[in-house]
Ligand binder design. Structure first.
Ligand SMILES: Cc1ncc(COP(=O)(O)O)c(C=O)c1O
Length: 397
């Protein structure tokens, strides 16, 4: 019994995505990678923008003192300055660079945000459907994730938020554009959420923070704006990552920025810097920090994702699937024909199609397709999608 109890408990919980990944690898080995249609992972396959590669070359060629060395845990001064300058016009908030912490992707920014706001036993609320890993990051800090039951139009279930707020709620997470629904929350709903958090914080004598997880901020279709909680609620920690916008998730670069008018803003920032050390991250990767400081708004070709979205959506619609067209991110979240998401994902697997049941995102009865998949994968999968829905509907009629 040498392995820590909480790790044993965590490992005995089934991670649907982790299991799917292993099964998918095995299926690819047996049938060949081009005969397995993998829509399970949000691992971007669109190339990074050329500016990213050029910038990396330029940095490698330059003589920069201590280019690859240790640095202050919060990150390079010039990078934090560049980020603060970029936040001002986009969110209408002037953030001093001291309130920006460079992180190892959004994952570590979220973990740091939990580290500085959550006491053991606290709850953190999020609207379903929601990203599976929040609960994992939070468990390290002995907090519990509570999924607010989702609405069919994927908007924020504000009535339920109001019911569930309590003295043990440390924070609320908002993720827009949303993984897995592709929804973008309206400004009006964010303003209402802010009012709820303000009045609950007063009622319970404890400030409830909002953590705004925005890694898909640039992946939006049809020129839609993305209202952000950072502009609506001052007690917000903004979490960002270049994993999706530059298509570089393996390079692990992101940041957390604290609203300057947040309660205890400076203490939160100092806590994040200390926790970067304590949790063993030390600092975010140096080359990446230097690169993002120079890249401004450079982003992947969102058109490539739009083409895939439209191709997959047209094929699924023709086959009889029901879903809302995602407005951002790169996931489609249809209703599971027959109502049982786990059974339907099994029916898809029989067609060598890998999809993730909505139960894992707190929304049973739906399933997620990640269209980080080539156009030939999408085309090749469509007959299988049509057969799977037919089989299930014929069976249930
Ligand atoms: C909603 C959401 N938040 C955070 C992350 C983690 O991103 P990163 O790779 O930057 O740690 C992901 C990754 O898929 C995500 O979908």
């Amino acid at each position: 019994m040498a392995v820590a109890t909480h790790v044993r408990t965590m490992l005995s919980g089934s991670s649907v995505i982790r299991r799917l990944f292993t099964e998918g690898e095995e299926m690819k080995r047996i049938h060949g990678a081009d005969r397995v249609y993998d829509f399970s992972l949000g691992n971007p396959d669109v190339d990074p923008p050329p500016a990213f590669i050029e910038t990396l070359h330029a940095i490698l060629d330059e003589r920069i003192p201590n280019k690859h060395g240790y640095m202050a845990s919060a990150g390079l001064a010039e990078t934090r300055q560049a980020i603060a300058l970029g936040i001002a016009p986009e969110y209408g908030v002037q953030v001093p660079p001291e309130l920006v912490t460079m992180t190892v992707g959004a994952g570590s920014a979220l973990s740091l945000a939990f580290a500085v706001t959550v006491n053991p036993g606290d709850r953190v609320l999020v609207n379903a459907p929601a990203f599976v890993s929040y609960a994992n990051y939070l468990s390290v800090h002995r907090g519990t994730l509570e999924m607010i039951p989702g609405l069919a139009d994927f908007s924020l279930n504000l009535d339920e938020f109001e019911q569930r707020l309590g003295p043990d709620v440390a924070a609320v997470i908002v993720n827009s554009p949303n993984n897995p629904s592709g929804a973008i929350y309206s400004k009006e709903s964010l303003v209402r959420l802010a009012a709820l958090l303000d009045s609950a914080s007063e009622r319970f004598g404890r400030r409830i923070y909002l953590i705004s997880d925005e890694p898909y901020r640039e992946i939006v279709y049809d020129d839609l704006g993305v209202p952000s909680p950072f502009s609506c609620y001052r007690h917000t920690i903004l979490v960002y990552s270049w994993s999706k916008s530059l298509s570089v998730p393996g390079e692990r670069i992101g940041y957390a920025a604290i609203h300057p008018a947040a309660e205890d803003a400076e203490l939160l920032a100092r806590g994040m810097t200390a926790m970067t050390q304590n949790m063993g991250y030390t600092n975010a990767p140096a080359l990446m920090q230097r690169a993002v400081a120079r890249l401004g708004k450079a982003s992947v070709d969102v058109e490539a994702y739009r083409r895939r979205r439209d191709m997959l959506a047209a094929g699924l619609k023709a086959a009889g699937y029901e879903f809302d067209l995602p407005r951002g991110a790169f996931y489609l979240f249809p209703k599971a024909p027959g109502g049982d998401d786990v059974a339907f994902c099994q029916a898809l697997k029989d067609e060598r199609i890998l999809a993730v049941p909505g139960s894992g995102f707190g929304m049973p009865g739906w399933f997620r397709l990640s269209y980080c998949a080539s156009e030939s994968t999408i085309n090749g999968s469509l007959p299988g999608f049509a057969r799977a829905i037919q089989r299930v509907l014929n069976h249930s009629s």
